[in-house]
Design a protein around this ligand. Sequence first.
Ligand SMILES: Cc1ncc(COP(=O)(O)O)c(C=O)c1O
Length: 386
Amino acid sequence: MSGLTPEAFRARFPLLATRVYVNSCSQGALSLDVESAIAAFTASWHAHGSPWDRWVGEVERLRTAFAATIGADADEIAVMPSASAAIGAIATALPFDGDRRQVVLGEFEFPTLAHIWLAQQRRGASIAWARSQGDTLSVDAYAAQIDERTLIVPATHVCFRNGFRLDVARLAALCRDRGAYVLLDDYQRTGTGPIDVHALGVDFMVTGTLKYLLGPSGVAFLYVRRALVERLEPFVTGWFGRVDPFAFALEPLDWSPTARRFEAGTPPVPNAYAAAAGLSLLQSVGLDVVERQVNRLVARFAEGVLTRGFDVATPADPARRGPLVVVRAADAGELVKRLDARGIIASSRGTGLRVSFHAYNNDEDVDAVLSALDAEASLICGAPCV
Ligand SMILES: Cc1ncc(COP(=O)(O)O)c(C=O)c1O
């Protein structure tokens, strides 16, 4: 299967025949391909009992396939159980005892990102905040905080709460100039378009498979720039972080020369099967095609809600938004329930209704959501809601 059109891609998702699905920012829809991959895992378990060589080989194939989609090398990728575990591996590997011990956080982070770095205060980290201005977070707000004391700037590409997209290229260049590391949380964007981590110049990147990469929970990825891999040793480790896990040696505590050193225990094999199928399905469409389709749908929807005078939290500038558009509602939770009753699956965070698009969505989905919002307009803010 290659060169899938968005229409053929859409046909791989049974859910889309009966529902309008605009909640990929929470969980990607289930494809026939991912369903078959899960069945392939269980079949291999039934047939062979414990085919560990095959299963570990599947995880390695996933590592290589993911690396290729972000312009990285396979030895720069750790396969992790969650984005939190990936961020924690880097946080605990960094020293907070020198002149550079400051972490600069932005206000649009997913909570886990704040929690992990706040926890490092016990190890000597100090925290500074890049403050947002309303629904935007400028690189200038970061620039005001990053200086010769800054060790790392963990930053989220697309905000889960309002859909704002940070200018990561500018932030990475700024961090480089000032000698700070930058860790990109790309979870709310990966799978909706190409990225080249080497060209972007980030030191670390984390993401996971359950949203736009179309996989299940239980698999996340950590990219570590090659030159940094062998300088870092995390405080949480295990046998899969060793040079040769299958040597089964208690000592020495040697560290894999690759990013596998950030892994700990037995990899999540069933999830890896499913994640590989999701990735491969996306590749058969092509991430550039996916990006064009997502941008087109987001533009159509954003224009629709802005024209109606709804209070839209996501920037109108296409460069500052990703696959997610957020509309403020007096009771966003109730609005999600009302949309569900109309056959539309969306989600809410705080006062925001989240509507997110993938390449499997189409113009009819956009128009169906807009019509449903017209019908439920009494719940939507036309002027800023608090
Ligand atoms: C931007 C972002 N980062 C991190 C996470 C958390 O990922 P995990 O649960 O794998 O740690 C999420 C989850 O939705 C997210 O949206």
